[in-house]
Design a protein. Structure first.
Length: 159
């Protein structure tokens, strides 16, 4: 096993907005009689934004990378500086986001999302590698990382 890729989930607001812009660009591409270059450029940019993702690649030699991809095809990579973990933790947590914009603010100022998280722990420092809605996906990712790095897993969801 050479490496484990931990794809970061996009926020719900980002998914919704990028989908709306993509649909608008498709309609604009076919329904408007403006010059084709502008319509095509708008469609390509919106398609790029819709398919954009960030992933962390953890390698067996611990020369880690942050991957910037479109539809799973890496466009470029940067070095990801992490400390080698003492252990890997899997636990459930709740993330809150502010609803300070538009009509969403009328239903409350905070939005809560329950997630299962995989983190590297080194002494009292941590780094979140993976967030998901499914416990089994998080456990599978933690097991892959544990096998790759030969580090123990602490499953805090069992406590």
């Amino acid at each position: 096993m050479k490496g484990v890729i931990c794809k970061q989930e996009r926020a719900l607001k980002g998914k919704i907005l990028s989908t709306i812009v993509l649909v608008f660009s498709v309609l604009f591409l076919f329904a408007v009689s403006e010059p084709i270059f502008g319509r095509l450029a708008f469609f390509i940019v919106s398609l790029f934004v819709f398919g954009f993702s960030i992933s962390f690649k953890i390698n067996s030699d611990f020369d880690n990378e942050k991957l910037f991809s479109v539809f799973g095809i890496p466009l470029f990579k940067t070095k990801l500086s992490l400390e080698y973990p003492d252990y890997i933790s899997v636990f459930s947590t709740s993330f809150s986001l502010d609803n300070e914009w538009g009509a969403v603010s009328a239903i409350g100022t905070k939005e809560r999302h329950d997630k299962t998280v995989v983190r590297f722990f080194t002494e009292n420092r941590n780094f979140t590698l993976y967030k998901t809605n499914t416990y089994q996906k998080a456990l599978d990712k933690a097991n892959e990382l544990s096998g790759l790095l030969n580090v123990e897993i602490h499953d805090a969801t069992k406590e």
